[in-house]
Design a binder for this molecule. Sequence first.
Ligand code: ADP
Length: 274
Amino acid sequence: GDALAVSARVAPLGSRLVLLLVEDLTEARRIEAVRRDFVANVSHELKTPVGALSLLSEAVMDASDDPEAVERFAGRMQNEATRLTSLVQELIDLSRVQNDDPLEDSEPVQVTELVGEALDRCRQSASNKQITLASGGTENLHVWGNRGQLAAALGNLVENAVNYSPARTRVGIAGRRIAAPGGDLVEIAVTDQGIGISAADKERIFERFYRVDPARSRDTGGTGLGLAIVKHVAASHGGEVTVWSAEGQGSTFTLRLPEAGNAREKAESGREGR
Ligand code: ADP
C-alpha cells in the first residue's frame, strides 16, 4: 500500500488504441481486421485504469488510519475514474465512426440537439473546474448527416475545450448560417479561454495520436484520437473543421457543414442524374 509502488504500477494508457482508427474507411479488408482486433485492444486499454483503481482502493484500506494518505489516494482514484470515463466515450465515438455509413443513415439533424448532447457530456468535468458553458444561435439550424457521428464530433470539440482550459473560464458554442457559393453552410464554433495551441502544433493536432503534451492529455483520458475523429466526420459529411488559436489566450474550433436543405437537394439531384 505504499504510494510510490502504486504510482509505479499505474502504467500510462498505451497508444495501442491508435491502431484502431481506420486509415481509410473504404478499405473493407482493413475494417474487417480492425473489427477482429477491436475487442482484444479495448479490453487491454480498459484494464489499465481498472487495475489502478483496484490497487488504489487497497491502498486506501491499508491507510485507513492516515486521513491525509486516504485523501491523496482518493484523488488519484478520481483521476483514474475520469480517464476511464473518457476512454469509454472515445471508444463509443470510434465505433460510431467505424460502424455507421454516414451516407446511408443520413437525416436532418437539429443543431440545438447536437449542442445539447455535447454539453451534457461535459457538464460534470466543467462543473468540477467551475467552467461556464454557454451556447446560442443554433435555433432553426439543421445539418444533414449521421446523428451519432455528428454528436461525437461536436462532443469531442467541447470536451477538449473544457480539458485544455483553466478553472473559472468560459466555453462557448455559437451557431450560425452562412451563405456560400455551393449553397448555405452551418457553422458551429467552439471557443475556449484555455492554454491555446502554437502555430507548429496547429499543423499536427488533427493527426491520429498527436498530442501536444502527452502527460497532460493522459490525465484527462486523452488518446490523441479525438480531433482525428472530428476531421474524419467533417470530411465524410462534405464539411470541414478549422482552428484559430493564440497561445495562452484560447482557441476556437469551427465546424462547417452543409445546411440540411442544401445537402439534401444536392443528394437528390445527384440521384436523379444517375
Ligand atoms: P486528446 O485525446 O489528447 O485530447 P485530440 O485529438 O482531441 O486528443 O487533441 C489533440 C491535441 O490537441 C491534444 O492532446 C491537445 O494537445 C491539443 N488540443 C485539442 N483541443 C485543444 C484546445 N481546445 N485547446 C488547447 N489544445 C487543444
